[in-house]
Ligand binder design. Structure first.
Ligand SMILES: C[S@@+](CC[C@H](N)C(=O)[O-])C[C@H]1O[C@@H](n2cnc3c(N)ncnc32)[C@H](O)[C@@H]1O
Length: 269
């Protein structure tokens, strides 16, 4: 019921959609400030069982699938010694992974939820990593400040994708990279493609990773179920299972039936 109301209201206008998402992320960050939960994406895994396994420290193994999404999306570019911005950094696990493993010169992780930013400042203390509140559609940075922008599973919350892309382009240096992943209803896939084409940046890569994301959801389902049952009260269990894309959820069915498509893009300014 809650999910239905949320979806109905968010389809009224882009402004309301953005407002609702903000309230949701503010609520999650303020009510669940646990360090056991650092990611809010659907994850990625190879389809081929013989694919090389990403080497992770023991402590990061729990978040393997969510980390693999970051690893896959950022993998097109060597981020060593670059100035990197993440937009929509959520609970900060991805920014922490990128800062610790991929060694950028600086990593600025930004989110419009100030509660999430407060949480991240305590949860992820890593050299060269800083967290800052800001809106993807009005980036609080000078032009040409970054060599790469990372944006993972966040843009579906925005009021205007065009405004966001113009902002991302503005803060990138010439030849800088835009590293992106998110899902769309299949009817909006061609709109996203034309938004990318009109962004004024060059599309270096476009990849449909729906099958990889779906496999990750399946492989991570049990672990997430245990975490969700431990964290959430009864009335939030169902909405949260929907949000997390658990087996039986609309989003899981959407990826299965390919009415929802998960895309990865790499653009260059
Ligand atoms: C599904 S979570 C993904 C978080 C993180 N990228 C990850 O993979 O774990 C989406 C995030 O985008 C953020 N977000 C949504 N709209 C935003 C906006 N307009 N500006 C900045 N952040 C935004 C939300 O607050 C939330 O933390």
């Amino acid at each position: 019921m809650l999910v239905k109301i949320f979806l109905a209201l968010s389809s009224v206008s882009p402004h309301i959609k953005k407002l609702l998402w903000k309230q949701w992320y503010q609520f999650l960050a303020s009510h669940y400030p646990t360090k056991k939960w650092s990611f809010m994406n659907y994850g990625y895994t190879a389809i081929d069982d013989h694919a090389e396994t990403l080497k992770l420290n023991e402590a990061d193994e729990t978040d393997r699938y969510a980390i693999q999404l970051y690893h896959h999306v950022t993998g097109a570019v060597d981020l060593t010694n670059l100035d990197v911005l993440e937009i929509g950094s959520g609970r900060g696990g991805g920014a922490s992974y990128v800062a610790r493993y991929l060694k950028p010169k600086t990593l600025t992780a930004m989110d419009f939820s100030d509660r999430a930013i407060q949480f991240c400042k305590h949860a992820h203390v890593v050299d060269e990593l800083s967290f800052l509140k800001g809106d993807a559609e009005s980036l609080p940075f000078d032009a040409a400040s970054f060599d790469a922008v990372i944006n993972i599973e966040s843009s579906h919350c925005y009021g205007s994708m065009e405004t966001f892309l113009a902002n991302a382009k503005r803060v990138l240096r010439q030849n800088g990279y835009f590293l992106y992943a998110d899902f769309r209803n299949k009817n909006d896939v061609s709109l996203l493609q034309s938004q990318m084409e009109k962004s004024g940046m060059k599309i270096l890569k476009r990849e449909d990773i729906t099958a990889n994301v779906l496999r990750s959801l399946d492989l991570d389902d049990q672990r997430k179920l245990i975490l969700i049952r431990a964290l959430f009260r009864d009335w939030l269990l169902k909405p949260f299972q929907e949000f997390a894309g658990m087996k039986g959820s609309k989003i899981h069915f959407g990826f299965q039936s390919r009415t929802m498509i998960y895309l990865h893009y790499v653009l260059q300014k």
